[in-house]
Design a protein around this ligand. Sequence first.
Ligand code: S3P
Length: 172
Amino acid sequence: MKNIILCGFMGCGKSTIGKALSDICEMSFIDTDSFIENKTGLTIAEIFQKYGEAHFRNLEKATAEELSFLGGCVIATGGGMLLNPDVADIFRKNGIIVFLDTPLNIISERLKGDSTRPLLLREDRDDYIHKLYNERYPKYSSAANMLFDTSGLSAIDSAKAILTEIKKKQWI
Ligand code: S3P
């Protein structure tokens, strides 16, 4: 069975919707950030701090390779992971990639006060989120097999609607 891979910007709902989706599909749930943290024994912030972002991106690619051998998993990716076309190719071989399209105003609200994401620890945080969102949006779109607009939906309703769509397309 194929994997279902969720991508999108930080705070778009990948982990909460992914967990809900895995529950209703009775599939295993994997969050790539947690996977990397467990494997390295370091938090994402510590990895960035000690080894830099490029090293973290290498760990993400190695994670994609490892997880692509699995099947029947719902995988919530880190917000920068699918920006690497190699990672998208690896996941696409055995998976459906869903871009969770969540409006910028909701994302900004959710990310307010967050101190766990190293990329956001900066003075011009709001402007930076805006810039990054606009830069990344087309990349998520082209990496994904399917775009899903989460506006106004709870995690469980998003998960149900994504499953319906995937089944309609006979992808799983
Ligand atoms: C990142 C998103 C984070 C995490 C890391 C980098 C990004 O994951 O992987 O801080 O580049 O967008 P979430 O999308 O789960 O916040």
